[in-house]
Design a protein around this ligand. Structure first.
Ligand code: NDP
Ligand code: HSE
Length: 434
């Protein structure tokens, strides 16, 4: 008779309670697929008395997560507390140092400490599973590490934050701005403990950081990522984008150019409405990988929330039960490289620009003169006039393919014109590659 795999769960919030529920509801099926029972030995959260809607009486409760890392009756620690540092980090390190495999949904911790943790996993020959940390229920990490392992990957693009995708979708459907919609996303359990991580693009950056490491065999390098969130996008941008034939999506992007330089960034982008990824709405995520032999691989599914995230956590636990142990970022940690980063100003694309200007003679002429002087050509232009002259109106334009350094210089010069109202212009890239 095979011995059960004994696990401990630290963190019993949205994801942790989902894992307890899934292990119970699909117990028989999981036993058959894993080849052995998976038993929860101990659990831990902050507040023992909180009603979590589950009967947790059968499991040993501990107050300090660190205590789980050293117990002899635990094979695997499942870290679902969150946060890049303590207590999640100490728990992860101590568990692995004590020969335990570790499963986590914590992209923040891996984006900041992934290289050191991967070294530690290799040194102690344990598995560090993090399928749940990127794109919720989509098995994106397995697809890259395993299914696409024979390919040279050229780029990965992803809608990686369910909260932002839900907000942008609802803004488009309702015309509301994001504050009220964010509250709904929080109630559904999609948002991070600090939702500015979602809105500000940090959560997407954590995830694209991990995908870049997996796709290009590099150390996760969070500090090298250029990050723009969705804070500046208003309902009008979404409407204008629709008028031009686009959808706005927050994308995590990692590409390698012909000279081997990496560009890893997070930014709201305009995507042609005819592209499959433009139709990925609500809490759904998408990961598009372009590789030399497999070509374009597009994965979509639910990117956040209790059930899909629990599905990914338990998939890692089942792998451990089966004895599968792949290197954390697809290659032995000692073979991970340090990336050379491409200069952001040298990115060529088409762009969307929105300014708020005074509706008076000469304003558009002044703006176009600046664009002409920087060699930027206008493709489309919309000015929504009010009835009377002199009021503030949005001017929105799309450009032909231009260098980002030139676009950025134009945006600064245009913002300084007397007829342009205070506040940063909205500059978005139009992404044709997806
Ligand atoms: P929650 O905030 O819902 O749950 C966090 C849990 O950790 C709570 O049970 C909390 O205890 C416990 N906790 C916090 N601090 C401590 C501590 N010092 N000691 C012991 N327990 C502690 O978070 P989520 O479940 O949403 O997220 C967990 C992880 O999963 C995060 O890394 C998140 O980024 C990631 N993730 C979340 C997804 C989602 O859709 N929610 C999707 C993918 C990944 P208590 O309940 O007593 O307060
Ligand atoms: N807050 C994250 C999101 C959770 O909205 O996508 C999933 O990682």
């Amino acid at each position: 008779m095979t011995t059960p795999l004994r696990i401990a769960i630290a963190g019993l919030g949205t994801v942790g309670t989902g894992v307890v529920r899934l292990l119970a509801e699909n117990k028989e099926l999981i036993r058959t697929r894993a080849g052995r029972d998976i038993e929860i030995t101990a659990i831990c959260a902050r507040d023992k008395n909180r009603d979590r809607g589950l009967d947790l009486g059968a499991y040993d409760w501990v107050d300090n997560p660190q205590a789980l890392a050293t117990r002899d009756d635990i094979d695997v620690v499942v870290e679902l507390i969150g946060g890049s540092d303590e207590p999640a980090l100490a728990l992860t390190k101590t568990a692995m140092q004590n020969g335990k495999s570790l499963v986590t949904a914590n992209k923040a911790m891996l984006a900041h400490h992934g290289a050191a943790l991967a070294m530690m996993a290799d040194e102690h020959t344990v598995m560090l599973g993090f399928e749940a940390s990127v794109a919720g229920g989509i098995p994106a990490i397995k697809a890259i590490k395993d299914g696409l392992s024979a390919n040279t990957i050229r780029s990965v693009y992803g809608i990686l934050n369910g909260t932002c995708n839900y907000i942008l979708t609802e803004m488009r459907r309702t015309g509301h701005d994001f504050v009220g919609i964010l509250k709904q996303a929080q109630e559904k359990g999609y948002a991070e403990a600090d939702p500015t991580f979602d809105i500000g693009g940090i959560d997407t950056a954590h995830k694209i950081c991990l995908l870049a490491a997996l796709c290009f065999g590099t150390h996760p390098d969070f500090d090298a990522i250029s990050i723009t969130g969705i804070e500046k996008i208003n309902a009008e941008d979404i409407e204008f984008a629709e008028d031009f034939g686009y959808r706005i999506k927050l994308l995590g992007i990692a590409t390698k150019d012909d000279h081997g330089a990496l560009s890893v960034r997070v930014e709201p982008c305009l995507i042609d409405q005819s592209r499959p990824i433009a139709a990925v709405d609500d809490v759904y995520n998408a990961v598009l990988i372009q590789s030399d032999f497999a070509g374009r691989t597009l994965l979509t599914g639910r990117g956040a929330g209790q059930a899909p995230t629990a599905s990914a956590v338990v998939a890692d636990i089942i792998d451990i039960a089966k004895g599968i142990k792949l290197p954390v970022f697809g290659v032995a940690a000692k073979h991970l490289n340090t990336a050379r980063n491409a200069a952001p100003e040298d990115i060529y694309a088409r762009y969307y620009l929105r300014f708020t200007v005074q509706d008076k003679p000469g304003t558009i002429a002044d703006i176009s003169a600046i664009l002409r002087d920087h060699n930027v050509s206008i493709k489309g232009l919309i000015q929504r006039s009010r009835d009377e002259d002199g009021g503030l109106v949005p001017v929105v334009m799309t450009t032909h393919r231009s260098r980002y350094g030139d676009i950025s210089a134009c945006a600064t010069a245009i913002a300084a014109l007397p007829a342009v109202s205070d506040g940063d212009p909205c500059v978005l890239r139009i992404t044709d590659e997806v």
